[in-house]
Design a protein around this ligand. Structure first.
Ligand code: CDV
Length: 313
């Protein structure tokens, strides 16, 4: 490949477990320490995890509305999160941050994009909400995101910042190719993704090594097929007896994992990304305008499930 380069320094802040008793202020202090670390390494944009301010509460079937509301943010920034915005501005580093959002009476699993000037550029609300709306009797594990979160209503926007075209998605969204293709069709250079992936899952029982395999497989395929970088941040480790995978990573448009976390605790990784690799793939194998055939893709938007089997004749 001979080409000019377009460099962007990305970082990912993996967060170790956040327990139920931990306060917002404690979580923000840990995020701030990692933001300072990333800035000291020279990073320009930083990904924080999904629901980074609290423990992953959808593992519980909570009934008390006041207790549930306690996990949600009604303003962003609020008094406890303002220091992150101040630090971003002072250090000239942008970030994405996942949190539970209360908008009127509607609850969303949300991520915001904050520019290196400390101002909010945009918001994404998780679309592929996994799990159940009601707890399963007798199940050792619960995953009740459908109980707590409405389906996001903002689509998959891409923000054309002065550094790059940046999009966001959240956790389970990464398993769905549509997520990335919609952003790929907007010329996304970098997708910032936060996740909380339990090592076991209520809806099926698969060998534990497959959790990491499917995580990386999804990131690598998405980055390659959409000619973009993916910067993915876990909340990892054992939270309230529930183990969650790490594997935070920065993945290139080649599909290669360029850097990956070692631990399941607070850990920063960084990589100087060449965005011209995106241009190269977009001009060649994934030149969408030249090679896509949307006239044959109608089922993707007209059907959710597999539907009736196709006729053999
Ligand atoms: N927080 C998540 O969206 N977790 C899902 C699990 C439940 C499958 C994930 O895709 O990792």
């Amino acid at each position: 490949m001979s080409r000019s380069t377009r460099k962007l320094h990305l970082a990912v802040a993996q967060l170790g477990p956040v327990q139920r008793a931990d306060s917002r202020a404690q979580a923000v202090r840990r995020l701030l320490a990692m933001l300072e670390d990333a800035a000291a390494r020279g990073a320009r944009w930083l990904t924080f995890p999904e629901l980074a301010l609290t423990t992953f509460f959808p593992r519980w079937d909570l009934e008390d509305p006041a207790e549930i509301r306690g996990f949600f943010e009604t303003e962003m920034p609020g008094p406890e999160t303002q220091p992150l915005f101040d630090a971003a501005r002072q250090r000239g580093i942008g970030f994405s941050l996942g949190y539970a959002e209360l908008d009127g009476d509607t609850q969303y699993n949300t991520s915001i994009l904050v520019g290196p000037d400390g101002r909010i550029l945009g918001k994404y609300r998780k679309i592929h909400i996994p799990g159940d709306a009601q707890s399963r009797s007798g199940a050792a594990l619960q995953h009740l995101e459908k109980k707590y979160f409405a389906v996001g209503d903002l689509g998959f926007p891409v923000w054309k910042t002065e550094d790059a075209a940046i999009g966001m998605c959240i956790c389970n969204d990464r398993r769905w190719p549509e997520t990335f293709r919609v952003m790929g069709l907007q010329g996304v250079d970098v997708v910032m993704l936060g996740y909380n992936t339990p090592s076991g899952y209520v809806q099926w029982n698969e060998p534990i090594h497959l959790r990491m395999h499917h995580h990386l497989l999804s990131l690598q395929a998405a980055a390659y097929q959409n000619a973009c970088w993916v910067a993915a941040a876990a909340k990892a480790g054992i939270e309230e007896d529930s183990p969650m995978i790490g594997g935070s990573a920065i993945v290139a448009p080649t599909g290669e994992v360029m850097v990956r976390t070692f631990s399941e605790d607070d850990e920063v990784i960084n990589f100087v990304c060449d965005l011209s690799v995106c241009d190269h793939y977009r001009a060649n194998i994934f030149n969408f305008a030249a090679h896509r055939r949307p006239e044959h893709y109608g089922l993707i938007v007209s059907r959710t499930g597999a539907g009736a089997p196709l006729s053999a004749g």
